[in-house]
Design a protein around this ligand. Structure first.
Ligand code: MN
Length: 229
């Protein structure tokens, strides 16, 4: 039996609703610009651009409850409410017609973004990692299995800050529905059980500040509430 030279880091995981069991996180993928109105608010033409992806570290996933830290090195931390897809299967070059068979369940999360660092990265052609993949940048609600919630495709997705509605859309506005996202991503990397996909955000992204109370949800899936510390 092999030993590690340092204590092995804990395996990141997400709570499963109504269960003591947890969902182990392997990788975290995120879709850029998957709702037309958000693409427009970020200055892009939603009709011209195919989906693109970025990643966050697996240990950026934290519970979307309690206190979530305000990160260092930013003056412009943005919320992006997203449907989170949890894969129980994997593969490469997945046919869109079979892609939903890979899904174990769904949750709701926030793709927290240091928008000021992202703007610098965009302007200078540098990577987005430090804008998107910082510590605790991927709060995620408890997950619900497909057996409980099906494959939500026509449901309101929304986020409130201090009781004020900031983001509201419908999953049916996704430019690339979940099956297409999975199929497209599987042509770039081999997907595997434990992968999470943050599937893009509707319009209305805005800045958060310490002390803000954030509620978000996808109707029929989950509602979460957290506070920015
Ligand atoms: Mn996002």
């Amino acid at each position: 039996m092999s030993e590690y030279v340092i204590t092995a880091p804990a395996a990141p995981s997400v709570a499963v609703a109504g269960s003591q069991a947890r969902f182990p996180v392997r990788r975290v993928f995120c879709v850029g610009r998957n709702y037309a109105a958000h693409a427009r608010e970020m200055g892009s033409d939603p009709n011209r651009e195919p989906p693109f992806f970025f990643t966050k570290p697996a240990d950026a996933v934290v519970p979307a409850s309690g206190a979530v830290p305000y990160p260092p090195a930013t003056q412009d931390l943005h919320h992006e409410i997203e449907l989170v897809v949890a894969l129980g299967g994997g593969g490469s070059n997945v046919d869109p017609a079979n892609a939903l068979d890979l899904v174990w369940g769904y949750g709701v999360g926030i793709d927290l973004t240091r928008r000021d660092l992202q703007a610098v990265a965009k302007d200078s052609g540098r990577p987005w990692d430090m804008a998107k993949g910082f510590d605790a940048s991927a709060p995620c609600s408890a997950l619900h299995p497909v057996s409980a919630v099906g494959h939500p495709a026509d449901a309101r997705i929304w986020l409130e800050v201090n009781g004020e509605l900031k983001q509201e859309g419908n999953l049916n506005e996704m430019i690339w529905p979940v099956a297409d996202v999975i199929a497209s991503l599987s042509r770039l990397v081999t997907l595997a059980p434990g992968d999470l996909i943050y599937s893009g955000t509707p319009s209305g992204v805005a800045a958060l500040k310490p002390g803000d109370r954030v509620r978000g949800g996808v109707d029929g899936v989950e509602v979460f509430e957290l506070q920015i510390a």
